[in-house]
Design a protein around this ligand. Sequence first.
Ligand SMILES: [Zn+2]
Length: 254
Amino acid sequence: MELRGDVERGDNDYPLCYLLILMQVESALLFETPVEICERVFRSIRPRTPAPQFRVTFKKFANATSTIRIHGDVIELKITDLLADAPSPILEALAVILLSKLFRKPIPAHYNEQYRRYLNRHEVRQEITEIRQARGRKLIDPPAGKTYDLGMARPTLGWSRQASRTILGHCDAAHNTIVLSRILDQPHVPRFVAEYVMYHEMLHLVHPVETRGSKRAIHPPVFRAAEKLFPRIREAKAVIRQLCSRSSQRSLLF
Ligand SMILES: [Zn+2]
């Protein structure tokens, strides 16, 4: 109790770090509510300012976040409920950190370290991970964007059972599946050739078959225009011609 009296008088003869150590002893020895801890920390940081009203709540954040806000003469702390059962010195360390930030004062390294060390304890880390998994959600919008639809381009992909030289790839829109001929899966076939065939098949998902009267355009002009955008299309086609030259039939991309 002697210590408490010294701190409360705000005796300026004590160096700051000594005061801080006294505070820590206090919060460990005396039972204080989180609001009382905040009030005491506030007095040590701003001894000449009239004490504001403190509102302290424990919130179910998705991580180990805690926040501080001042409106009027009320200072509101929202503390992660991970710390609801934390020892008083840890709450005190957090109060020092948050109030120092609020009043743009340097955070004493000792408190920072004590707080971080507590959060880094194995069981606390584990609890943070569990809470993240249970509460955290990735907030994303549906795949159909204003310009691009990400959902479309996720077909099932696979290699054909047969190493066909006549059908290098085909796209089954009904099953949202693209199959490439196993003939492309060889070390001497450059990767960009398989990529070209894949690109061609994916375009079928973007540009479906056009029907005009009785005519069906599998590769309508809009498809061909888009296909030309493939960077190495001429090289790819040349490799494909060579690859399929042993066959009398033309190689086909369906
Ligand atoms: Zn095609």
